[in-house]
Every structure is written in C-alpha cells, then in structure tokens.
Write a protein that binds this ligand. Structure first.
Ligand SMILES: Nc1ncnc2c1ncn2[C@@H]1O[C@H](COP(=O)(O)OP(=O)(O)OP(=O)(O)O)[C@@H](O)[C@H]1O
Ligand SMILES: [Mg+2]
Length: 243
C-alpha cells in the first residue's frame, strides 16, 4: 500500500500531539510505528484510520485523498480493520456475536452468512470452542484474537493495530504476534504501533520512529536500529534494550 501525509497537525488544547508531519511511503506491506510513550503513535494511527480528523494537513492512501468531513471519515474507517491495546470487544456479546454484529449492522450482510463467516474465522484462529463465551470469560490473548478476527471479517483494505499485545503476558503476546505474522505472510497490509522491536524488524518492511509529535526517522527497521541517526532514537533504543 501507499501512504502520503502532508503537514498533518493535531492539537489537544495547547498541546501539539502531531506537529506538521509530512511523509511519503511509496510502497510498503507492513509499517511498524515505534517511539516513546506520549510521542504521538496512537494519534497518528487514529488519523490514518479515520477515527479522528487532524486540525491541518492532508492524508492520501493508495493515491486516494481522504476527506475529513464526518461522512468521508466514516466511509474510510469502515474499510479498515482496527485493533487497539485492550477492551476492543463489546462486553455483553459473545465472541461470535462480536464478529457478526459489525458484519450485519455496518456491512449489511445477512445473519446466516455473517455467522458462517464468523465461525470460519473463529476456527482459523483456534477459537472455535470459545464462540459462545463473553469477553470476560476469555483470556486476554483470546480476546485480542477475537478482535483481530473481527477486524479481518470485514475484508479490510488494511489492518491498523495499536499495540495489540501491550496488555498481554509473554505467552499470550506470542499467540497474537503469531497470528499477525501469519496475516502478514499472506500479504495482508498492516500498520502497527508496537514496542516489540524484534517483531518490527522481522515483520515490517518500513518503520517510523515517532517522537515529540514528529516522524523523527523513517526507513527499514534494520537500518533504523543498526544506524540510528538522531540522538532521540539512540536514547530510545538504549532504554528499551536495557532490560
Ligand atoms: N484525547 C486527548 N486529549 C488530550 N491529549 C491527548 C489526547 N490524546 C492524546 N493526547 C496527548 O497527545 C500526545 C500523544 O499521545 P499518543 O496517545 O498519541 O501517544 P503514544 O505515542 O501513543 O503513547 P503510548 O506509547 O503511551 O501509547 C500525548 O502527550 C497525549 O497526552
Ligand atoms: Mg499509544
């Protein structure tokens, strides 16, 4: 996929979360977004995913200019499969219903067909025995796999993942990363904020280092990690590799 940002700025009150970001990624399959807490990763992902309009700037995905009026944003975000850190699922619905509801309500797919599709996804992600359970009855890793299944169900143009494993213990993290890795190897386009540097290195073909509201460095992960140009990235890498 392709991504172009021109002068993207987002402020919250007096705070500038994204500060005039211009960026052109001509062709990539998986984009990792890394950087320190509060640097602007989530805000950037929310703008790219149409969950939030920037105050200024332009966004182009695959050559298509995304409008920032409510109607255009809604149409845009309906085509993207989004997964956040945690609390992705509707707590009062079963795993199966969590997947079928958006298919029925947002994408107008008749219930029997939606149920078939959801069932197939649950099987594919080794969740078939858990379809009737509510989120609170599932482990964190299972919940995130249901969230990914739901994101995939709409046949999204790409997956937008915001630290989907940050609330998980190492074993569950591995389960979820395995699935993301698998989707990636099937050719699914992915944009993901992550603090797993090894994962960024092995899965992403581009990496953005976002810090203080700007894209401070950009390139293949191997290059960024092997040869950090800015003091900010060197500091960040030193910190996360310390423990
Ligand atoms: N809804 C909001 N209202 C006010 N300030 C916000 C809001 N969302 C984000 N911010 C601020 O914008 C800045 C960027 O936040 P953002 O959530 O994008 O960072 P992040 O890189 O995702 O951090 P983390 O790694 O902790 O998830 C932060 O200083 C944050 O406090
Ligand atoms: Mg964040």
């Amino acid at each position: 996929m392709q991504l172009r940002l021109e002068g993207i700025t987002k402020r919250f009150g007096s705070q500038t979360a994204l500060d005039d970001i211009s960026l052109e990624l001509p062709e990539f399959k998986a984009l990792a977004v890394i950087g320190p807490s509060g640097g602007g990763k989530t805000t950037l992902l929310r703008v790219i995913g149409g969950l939030m309009a920037p105050d200024e700037g332009e966004l182009e995905i695959d050559g298509e200019r995304i409008g920032f009026d409510e109607e255009s944003l809604l149409a845009h975000r309906r085509r993207i499969g989004t997964v956040f850190q945690a609390y992705n699922l509707f707590p009062h619905l079963s795993a199966l219903e969590n997947i079928t509801l958006p298919l029925e309500k947002v994408h107008n797919i008749p219930r029997p067909e939606a149920t078939d599709q959801a069932q197939a996804l649950l099987e594919r992600f080794q969740l078939a025995p858990h379809g009737r359970k509510k989120p609170a009855q599932l482990s964190g890793g299972q919940q995130q796999r249901v969230a990914i299944a739901r994101a995939m169900a709409i046949r999204p143009r790409f997956l937008l993942l915001d630290e989907p494993t940050s609330a998980l213990d190492p074993e569950m993290t591995a389960e979820v990363l395995d699935i993301i890795m698998e989707l990636r190897s099937e050719g699914r386009d992915i944009i993901m904020a992550t603090h797993h540097m090894g994962f960024a290195r092995s899965v992403a073909d581009r990496t953005l280092f976002v810090c203080d509201g700007v894209v401070a460095e950009e390139g293949p992960a191997v290059e960024l990690f092997g040869n950090p140009r800015s003091g900010k990235l060197r500091n960040f890498l030193a910190k996360i590799l310390k423990y």
